[in-house]
Design a protein around this ligand. Sequence first.
Ligand code: PSV
Ligand code: MN
Length: 427
Amino acid sequence: MSITKEQIDNANQGMMAQHETEFQVLQSRLVEKGLPVDHIIDQLQHFQVAIPSWALGAGGTRFGRFSIGGEPRNLSEKIHDVGLIHALTQSAGSISLHIPWDIPEDATTIRTLADSHGILFDAVNSNTFQDQINQTLSYKFGSLCHTDASIRAQAVNHCKEVIDIGQALGSKSLTVWLADGSAFPGQLNFREALERTLGSLKEIYQYLPSDWRLFIEYKPYEPNFYSTVIQDWGTSHLLASECGERAYTLVDLGHHLPNTNIEQIVSTLIWRGKLGGFHFNDSKYGDDDLTVGSIKPYQLFLIFNELVEGMANNKSNNPPLAWMIDASHNLKDPLEDLMQSLEAIRLAYAQALMVDQQRLQEARSTNDVTMAQEILQDAYRSDLRPLIREARRRSGGALHPIAQYRRLGMREVLREQRGLNTVATGL
Ligand code: PSV
Ligand code: MN
């Protein structure tokens, strides 16, 4: 069952009076501040975030999976679920596939299906961090960095296949995340492992269609707990620079050691024109599976502030960024979880759009530290939820997506259609 425009409009009707009151109060406050409300709403409406195909089931912690029931059993059902989220939120207009989990039987049919939901195909992701059934050689000791050339070749070929699949679907980028590294001191020659990784990435880059981009993700630890070959943004930036101008660093918020200043990394990468995109999630101690904005919403806002400012002063012509959620947990209904993440991302973006960049710049130039903080926190502490709802309403989405999802009993319908014990492929 898909959700119809009529159902959404009907549900919105009952909530309109309250929404209008709240929106008008906020609108006059923003207008008083001299903010172009309609322009901000327009920017919000255009801001689309990709949904990862591997987050549509109740997974995430890897230590236990407790099926929520009605999880998608195949790629078509995954697209259907993203379609549901998009219909309600109007902000999830694409899906990011993970190969080999999501190999389409027939690319044309899948494209047509996605199209019927208004869904595009975002970056495709390779998987050289697990062995697949019938795989000839093992990635137990690494993939693109492996000491054995035939294992590296197998991993490179896999990435090429992923590109082929992505091309058939209309994707325009490949994201490579590697688990390669070492669990114990002495296991790897760091320099040689990095050199071999660069060699493999260059081969993949050579294969990239001319209108594609390569995103190189980094992560300091897990699954390896002593060293990771692409451990940080500097290493990713170095590899991307060596590969060529269509290779970029991808920042996954959860892939930093505690208290890392991610907003500063973002600023530096835009300055060099090398920021490819984002994987949004949140974390308290480590890992990357919690709902966006559930732990550190202020950090998220500060990151968006750098993004907005950086892209407005984009001297290095950093191309438009790829936005994606990369979070999944085993406690919540995954679709509700993703809608919460989408809301948090849009809120942080809206707050950043509210920052008076000119006044902030003036405060900086006169070293008025207090005022700089006031300007940022005035934006951060503004409740912009009515603005987000208005943007969603104007695009034809639901004023309250989660409430409507629940009222329509969507999960129950999915359970009825797909069964109680379905487990979607993913992490
Ligand atoms: C593993 O940490 C991970 O969450 C990376 O962030 C990748 O982007 C994702 O899995 C999919 O491979
Ligand atoms: Mn990621």
